[in-house]
Design a protein around this ligand. Structure first.
Ligand code: ATP
Ligand code: MG
Length: 505
């Protein structure tokens, strides 16, 4: 019974626990698509006490001090992702790391170099890759907390870390990666399989399944794939049924680590999994935490899960992507929002690439899709309550470029990588669950779906209430980044100018 319930919840983008009561709680709190009708409460109830981290997000004195003592032996060469020019590293202990200018300098195997050059088409490491890969691949293989901009190539850092530590001859799991959603787990596996194409290393996804051919883990043989990438609920189940053997796990990765360690994310599950793996591997497992955002609450918790770690952080004021032009648009009502998307933004936007539209609730995905398709604008919509096979199909069609506009809840706010996306529309602004406060981290991740790896992009934030205006203002203050307003929602030329300014027309 427990199995069925957990499966269902993970389907919704959240992860179950063993206690049914806790499960519902968890399900509600998840950023990934669980913000449903409850959001109405958030917009109508009186504001709860704000315990958010915005006021506290300056680095602590200790961190500031450490940032001054970089022990990287040389400055990485300038690379083609200027947005990461300001990442700063704090190395722990005496190990001196030289950041890599080429992939060759990393002592990667011939097979991995071939994967990077031939299969991925990469020519040189991005800044975050140049700085973190020596830390990940050099003994004593210290734990690492790494923050870098959205779209700057963090996946390659941990995928190379995992592929490099696997012995392809041993048919036992040696690397484990945890992700907040099944979509991200599948995407990360696809990257690993391409990058590792010439290594013979195999990878399995530990994600909920609901297909008719699905065989419960208890009836399956133990996992022999060398890399496992999955969501916390399924990983926990595989661990408790002893189907996922952890004694040879050498590297444990958390993608979107801040969410994986957040109270309203997967903190408890993540902590349990780390403890279990550290215990069974005799403490010899390297832990890597990657994300574009680490708020002060999460940062304060990190020492509990990693010790003596190398750290790389970016100041929040420097996190917005340079090449991404953000705008806000005042719309008098909801109908005007739809008109703006349809008759102004799409008028030009459809010519320039792919678009992601973020809404707050599942209901809104359906409402907006039907409003747009009724007028002849083709778009698809995804949210956690859809069947998994439908979710997979919608993602695949968008990745293949068959569909141009994708409406989504925050299910795809984090990690989703599609180079052709150069337009993001916030139909609803991101709000912290159960509050009237903006979710600045989610805002950053959402807009980071455009402008991947230094590409150009534009973001339109639609506001139709005074509260929306306040939310926008708070987001601007948080990142210390002024967002210009499109002067009139009715004027086509103003939108054309905005897109021209973003370099898209
Ligand atoms: N060295 C490189 N050269 C060229 N392209 C690269 C390189 N590294 C990564 N990329 C490409 O950059 C894009 C973004 O990479 P990735 O998804 O890893 O970003 P990310 O840092 O994880 O972003 P997010 O925080 O949004 O998850 C991908 O399409 C990837 O293929
Ligand atoms: Mg990522």
């Amino acid at each position: 019974m427990a199995e069925t319930t957990t499966k269902k919840e993970e389907t919704n983008g959240s992860v179950g626990t063993e206690e049914p009561t806790v499960k519902n709680e968890e399900k509600k709190k998840s950023w990934a698509d669980e913000v449903e009708d409850d959001q109405d409460e958030a917009t109508s109830s009186s504001a709860p006490a704000v315990t958010s981290q915005e006021e506290k997000s300056e680095p602590s004195e200790e961190v500031k001090e450490q940032l001054g003592e970089l022990s990287l032996s040389e400055e990485p060469a300038p690379l083609n992702d200027p947005d990461d020019a300001n990442i700063q590293a704090v190395t722990s202990g005496d190990t001196v790391y030289t950041s890599a200018v080429t992939f060759e300098e990393l002592n990667l195997s011939e097979e991995l170099l071939k994967g990077l050059y031939v299969e991925m088409g990469f020519s040189r490491p991005s800044k975050i890759q140049a700085v973190t890969l020596p830390m990940i691949l050099t003994p004593p293989y210290k734990d690492l907390v790494a923050q870098a901009h959205n779209g700057s190539g963090k996946t390659t850092c941990f995928v190379l870390g995992m592929l490099s530590c696997v012995d392809p001859k041993k048919k036992i799991p040696q690397a484990l990666c945890l992700c907040p959603t099944r979509e991200l787990a599948l995407q990360n596996r696809a990257v690993l399989q391409r990058m590792g194409k010439f290594t013979g290393i195999t990878c399995m996804c530990a994600i909920p399944e609901e297909s008719s051919s699905f065989v419960p883990i208890i009836k399956r043989p133990p996992v022999t794939d060398q890399v496992v990438i999955g969501t916390p609920g399924t990983i926990k189940k595989w661990l408790s049924t002893k189907k996922l053997v952890t004694r040879d796990i050498k590297i444990l990765v958390f993608d979107e680590a801040d969410h994986m360690l957040a109270e309203d994310g997967f903190k408890d599950d993540s902590e349990r999994i780390i403890r279990e793996i550290q215990r069974s591997s005799g403490g010899g497992c390297q832990v890597l935490l990657f994300s574009a955002t680490f708020n002060e609450l999460v940062k304060a918790f990190i020492p509990r899960v990693v010790r003596d770690a190398n750290e790389i952080y970016v100041k929040k004021e420097e996190l917005t992507l340079e090449k991404l032009k953000q705008y806000k648009v005042w719309c008098p009502d909801e109908l005007a929002k739809i008109e703006v998307i349809r008759d102004r933004i799409f008028e030009f936007g459809q010519k320039v690439g792919q678009t992601i539209i973020f809404v707050r609730t599942r209901e809104s995905t359906k409402m907006l899709q039907s409003a747009l398709t009724k007028e002849g604008y083709e778009c698809t919509a995804i949210q956690g309550a859809l069947k998994q096979e439908d979710r997979d199909k919608i993602i695949q069609e968008f990745k293949d470029g068959f569909t141009k506009v994708l409406i989504t809840t925050d299910l795809l706010a984090r990690g989703f990588d599609q180079a052709q996306v150069n337009l993001v529309i916030n139909y609803d602004l991101p709000i912290k669950y159960g509050t009237r406060e903006p979710d600045c981290e989610v805002y950053l991740h959402r807009i980071g779906r455009a402008g991947r790896f230094g590409r150009k992009g534009a973001v339109f934030n639609l506001m139709s209430t005074e509260w929306d205006k306040k939310i926008m203002e708070k987001i601007e203050n948080h990142f210390q980044h002024f967002i210009p307003e499109v002067p009139s929602w009715k004027n086509e030329e103003h939108f054309e100018n905005a897109l021209k300014e973003a370099g898209l027309l």
